[in-house]
Design a protein. Structure first.
Length: 147
């Protein structure tokens, strides 16, 4: 359960509360409703259900308010998702490059590579690079790793 202290953003009760008579109470599981109120905490519950893709729940000091996200907020969330996608893509490329190095090394040594086809390897890496050309960062279609 969440509580607001001095109209601040609701949080779980702390381990220690200070009562108006100067006493200190510890262990939130043993606090009475009267003690919680006396310490200045107001029950806030949890934010009501809402469409988290387009709406936000904020605490106005006394109640939860559901409002639409601004264009700037939506863009900022999208930018964060794209950053995470790029990081995942870069990690996948880094984890995969050893196969390209092995193919090139075998070719330089005159060994006929039988485990991979360079065009398949190059296509996979290029498909990873093209991830950012997709339109929705929350619905990315990742390429299949060549076998």
């Amino acid at each position: 359960m969440l509580y607001s202290f001095n109209k601040a953003e609701p949080k779980e009760l702390p381990f220690k509360i200070y009562l108006s008579n100067g006493k200190v109470r510890t262990d939130p599981s043993s606090f009475s409703d009267d003690e919680i109120a006396d310490a200045g905490y107001v029950y806030a519950g949890f934010a009501p259900a809402h469409d988290t893709a387009t709406q936000k729940a904020t605490w106005d000091g006394t109640a939860w308010v559901i409002s639409n996200k601004t264009t700037e907020e939506l863009q900022a969330e999208k930018d964060v998702l794209w950053k995470e996608i790029r990081e995942q893509r870069d990690q996948k490329i880094n984890e995969f490059e050893w196969r390209i190095s092995r193919y090139l090394s075998e070719t330089r040594q005159g060994i006929n590579p039988t485990t991979d086809t360079i065009s398949d390897l190059d296509s996979y890496v290029q498909d990873l690079r093209n991830i950012t050309k997709q339109t929705d960062p929350s619905n990315i279609t990742w390429p299949t790793i060549p076998s």
